[in-house]
Design a protein. Structure first.
Length: 127
């Protein structure tokens, strides 16, 4: 089977602007983590505490002539990021913030960007 036609990233949209990707995308969904609460005597049997961990979406974009990568990241505080996969599946991260400053690799002509969000939709019906 020709899996190269159904695997990988087709395109990425950041704030409705299509960006070319090197197909390097990492995703971690937002999740609620539970732990047992503790007292002076140790863990409490039926008492839990929770923390909400933000999700992350990391992408590697490829430079191309005429596109202002610096502007798209410095002129915006909040991002809507959509990743369309070749399989037809979609990952959409809403109200993202930058997790760290974009990392530019001038030799390879790429920029690595990592976003954080508490709201992510993953339509992964074919995976």
């Amino acid at each position: 089977m020709a899996t190269q036609y159904i695997q990988g990233v087709q395109n990425i949209y950041i704030n409705e602007t299509m960006c070319i990707s090197s197909e390097s995308v990492t995703v971690k969904e937002p999740v609620t983590l539970y732990q047992f609460a503790e007292s002076n005597l140790g863990p409490l049997a039926n008492v839990k505490k929770w923390t909400k961990e933000p999700g992350t979406l990391g992408v590697t974009l490829v430079f191309y002539s005429g596109f202002d990568y610096n502007g798209i990241f410095s002129d915006n505080e909040v991002f809507e990021v959509t990743v369309n996969l070749r399989s037809g599946d979609t990952i959409t991260a809403h109200s993202c913030i930058l997790a760290e400053a974009p990392n530019y690799d001038l030799q390879n002509g790429t920029v690595e960007v990592s976003f954080q969000t508490m709201n992510m939709d993953m339509d992964l019906t074919t995976i």
